[in-house]
Each structure stands twice: as structure tokens, then as C-alpha cells.
Design a protein around this ligand. Sequence first.
Ligand SMILES: *Cc1c(COP(=O)(O)O)cnc(C)c1O
Length: 406
Amino acid sequence: MNQTAKPHLDSHMLPVFARADVAFERGEGPWLIATNGDRYLDFTSGVAVNALGHAHPHLVAALQEQAAKLWHVSNLFTIPEGEKLATRLCDASFADVAFFCNSGAEAMEAAIKMARKFQAVNGHPERYRLITFEGAFHGRTLATLAAGGQQKYLEGFGPRVEGFDQVPLGDLEAVKKAIGPHTAGIIIEPWQGEGGVRAADPSFFRALRQLCDDNKLVLVFDEVQTGMGRIGTLFAYEKTGVTPDIMALAKALGGGFPMGACLATVAAAAGMTPGTHGSTFGGNLLATAAGNATLDVMLKPGFFDHVQKMSLLLKQKLASVVDRYSSVVSEVRGDGLLIGVKAVVPAGDVISALRDEKLLTVAAGDNVVRFLPPLIVNESEIEDAVTRLERACTRLARTSAQSEAV
Ligand SMILES: *Cc1c(COP(=O)(O)O)cnc(C)c1O
């Protein structure tokens, strides 16, 4: 495996990302300013991370203040800022306890381990399997990839981690059939983000809750993308009408600072005693200061009214674009500010045409373009974004008509 001479490489970063050829040096709310001075309207929010936009004054101040005092001490010691964040997240949700980590995949790993451990300490160590849904995305670690079950991501990485049974989204009979003597629980995203902005209807969530109660299974919600306000409530489960036993959070939790959390009821977390799980960096002072600052803003009265209002406006305006440019885009889906537009032409073409118009969006499965503006986006910025989309659609409609003509 030794190589004789070093090859010449344009980039020394492992080429696992197909990056756009644009770099930014500054951000202001929903705007990103590129190194060449161009201003882009950012409807990616760093993939649903920068919920409060870029350089939010309250977050900047909180992080600067913490950075001058203390960054990291490890979980050998009490971390008051973390205690405070855990208390606030539990007060605002169904949960009693929170475990802090650094990413969504880690939050889901904690959730998977917790669900299995719950069964083990309740006399059922044989119950370790988890039911998941087609189109799911739970992260890139070996276990979360197996949970997501996407063949293209699993290929070439050796035997798949055992213990996940996948069924079609919304298919209650398939879920019932998948429940066996080894089943520990069910994992679901309230809205599939990466999978193409898809959700089962509330009756399905109620049925899952009932199935879990009847069979003593653990219900796990992956709210890594939907949580922290993206759906227009602090957590998306509030809109499903049921509460999970375990919930994974990450993306927007630190407002852009890498952080994840696994929240649970004390009952579900019963097996998680000292030494059963851990993280070196998880919940350090910088991360939990960022998390607390993010919550300070989100918990202000009226914050979610604003998100719901902007959601309605964006969905209405996008629906009108879909009506007028049906050869380019065909459907608007989603909730809150997790909005997907299904494309007729390749979604990648729409995204690059939008980038030419200086509007940034994200691809998702099912040929969907995701619109993920920061939650602080205002009416005129939404109107501006839709104007850019119209310009892109006009160009794309022309090209697709031309290619049909030849
Ligand atoms: C992004 C995402 C993850 C993975 O988060 P990472 O921070 O990239 O590990 C897991 N689940 C869902 C639903 C996500 O959207």
C-alpha cells in the first residue's frame, strides 16, 4: 500500500464532497458574502444548521464571552452551562434527561444504544432490533448508515451493522409484520429531510405510538433536522400529536456550533448509568453556551409565530411558481421552513441555476430542491428569493423547451 511519489493534488481535502466552486468570508442574517464580494441569499442555512442566520449578535456575544473564559474541561467535571441547557430542553419537551454530543449521527448512535439498553435492563436483552423507514437518513456512522438503509451509502464498507428492519414509510401493516421477539423499537423522522421532504400523516404516528405502548417498544424520533424550530414549533413531534420516548437533536441546536443531543424520558434512559456511554467533547462549555444562546432567541414570545407566517408566505409563493413553470417544477411540500420543491428537470440543474441567481438551496432525495432559509428570514427576503427562482425557472423552461424541439 506504500506509494512511491506524492501525486499533485489541487485539494488536499478528502474528496468525499462535490463542492460548489464558491467560498464565503462573511455572513449577515440570511446573506452570505463570497470572497469576491458577491452577495448570496442563503436558503441552505448550512443544511438546516444556522437557524438564526449568520453572525446573529446574541450568538456572537455569547460565544465571544464564553471563549474568553473557558472552552473545554471534559465530562470529568460538572458543566453548569450544560446543566442549564439540559434543564431548558427538558422543560420545553417531553424529556427528563439529555446527553450531549457533537453531531446528528452521534445523537442517533446514543438513541440506538439507549433503546437497546432499555430492553436489556427490563429483562429483554434479546430485543435489540429497530424498525426504520425507507428513505430515512440517520447519519454516516456504521450503525446509523445501517439504520438509514440506503444501499448507495452502505456499498463497499463491509458487513452492514446488524439489527435494523426497514419498511415503507406510512405502511402500518408492514410495521406490524416487522415486529418480532427481537424488536426493541421504532425509529422515524417526523419529516424526512434528506429523503426528499416527505412525512407520514399524523394518524400513522398515533398508530406507531400505540404499537410501541402495546408491545413495550421504544419510539425514537430523529429530530436532527426537524428539531429546534425548523418545522415552526420547537420540536416537530409537537405537531404529530404524539410524544416519543427518545429524541435525537443536532443541526440547529448550537446555531452553527457543532453539537448534538439525545433526549429521553427517565424510563427510556433507565439503562444509561455511569460508564455505559460517553463523549470527550460532548456538551463542552463553548457548545452549551451556543446552545443556550440559541434557545434564548427561540424561546422569546412570538418567535414561532414568525416562522409559521414566513412558512405560509413561502409555500404560497412557491405554489404560484409551480403553477406557472410546470415544465420545471411540479410540487411544493414540507412544513415550517423545511420546504421541498419537486423538480421536473434534474434538481441539480435547478440548484445550479439558482446559484447563478445568487440563491443557495440544497438537494434532497426524490429529485427535490430544499428551501431551508434561516428562521429569522423576513418577508422581503422571501419575495427576493422567489423572484430569483422565477428568473431561474424562466431560463430552465427555455432550455428544456429547446431540448424538446431538437
Ligand atoms: C443531518 C442528519 C443526520 C446526521 O447528522 P450529522 O451531524 O451529519 O451526523 C441524522 N439524521 C437526520 C434526520 C439528519 O437530517
